[in-house]
Design a protein around this ligand. Sequence first.
Ligand SMILES: Cc1ncc(COP(=O)(O)O)c(C=O)c1O
Length: 449
Amino acid sequence: METPIADFVNAYRKSGVSRLHMPGHKGQGPLGCESLDITEIAGADALYQADGIIARSESNAAALFGTAATFYSTEGSSQCIRAMLYLAVLHASISGERPVIVAARNAHQSFVLAAALLDVEIVWLWPEESPFSLCRCNVSHVQLERVLRTLPRPPAAVYVTAPDYLGSTPDVAALAATAHRFKVPLLVDGAHGAYLKFLPHGAHPIDLGADLCCDSAHKTLPVLTGGAYLHVGPRAPADFIENGKRALALFGSTSPSYLILQSLDLVNYRLAEDYPQRLASCAVRLEALRADLRGGGWRITQSDPLKLTISAAESGWDGRDMAALLRRGNVECEYADPDFVVLMATPENAERDFKQIGSALGRNPRQGPLRRPSPCLFPPEKACSPREAAFSPSESVPAARATGRILAAPTVGCPPAIPVVVGGERIAQDAVEVFAYYDISSVQVIPDH
Ligand SMILES: Cc1ncc(COP(=O)(O)O)c(C=O)c1O
């Protein structure tokens, strides 16, 4: 597969042209990558008005992902999520009333902040299973149908995260079918799932019926941090393609990183070559590691194939202590909370990495789960809209003393950047307990007077 962006930049680098344009480093500097870091010069196309090398590269990505269109983002899924909400609101073209989006509660903060910016009302789908985890919200199509039936008019979109931070995935195909029966588009935050397309059984949300899906290419593919895709599904409304660039431009810098664009361009070549085979081998290796760890007394949670999610609490550990144990064994995990430790592997990991995980954990010396009460989070009272909250004055208060206050802006631990309470909601005692559980020590609230 051709790599037009990388080829152009490489030729430019070798051309000896005097760079009387931005960036100021002029192609030289301590990082070593400066000569490849250009801007939108003649021939380099323009990300938000692409009709040259960027457009060609994006259509290569669309062909690989089997989408109607794939647009590049150099500012992560966060930018794509804002663009998805904008597209849904634009498509719904509701005048005079605030648009509504029905969303699973484990949404990333970029969704919540986009809703505040665009004045979207969120109808939350709360997790129906227990025990509680901030990261997880496996909503069912039955639950979605129930909520859609109670709304006075169809929402602008249904929004879910798949897979979530722990690697759990709701039934996207069933959710898409339900949303479509109500003539509502399904938007999927697939930040953790770009690689799913390249599994033998095609588990990517676009293949399962999503109308829009963002993927952080950088999270699971060999792409520089910030590289992401906004995919439009084959049966999505046509205006999602027409307005896709406009939507991304609304939330993006006018100086997109060409290092990231080259990285997205080059990965097309790799995805078209032996990536599926390398992915399949990595999945097999991880499955073998899971089996070894189970044999050593560790409780492994079901997840998407590239995550290794250890149920720390069920293994007798606080996840943060287990992360420290891994660190002592020279392994750095992606995420740890009191209940879980998440390791993310890709085909770029070497055999040494998998061995190191095994030796860092060894045999679990503890038997039986950690016995401690886990908190619960109940749907809170809505005092004002996320937008009103975002535009209100605010003050920081200790989370432990926030009961009864209205949240102004979500305080999130990152990762997973999932808000416990959303702007405009009144903080109840159960939320204060969840703050403590996840080490959130202060929150931004609206002043009382
Ligand atoms: C579920 C989820 N959605 C969206 C994002 C934002 O992605 P990005 O960092 O690519 O902007 C993240 C980031 O960790 C995430 O975990």
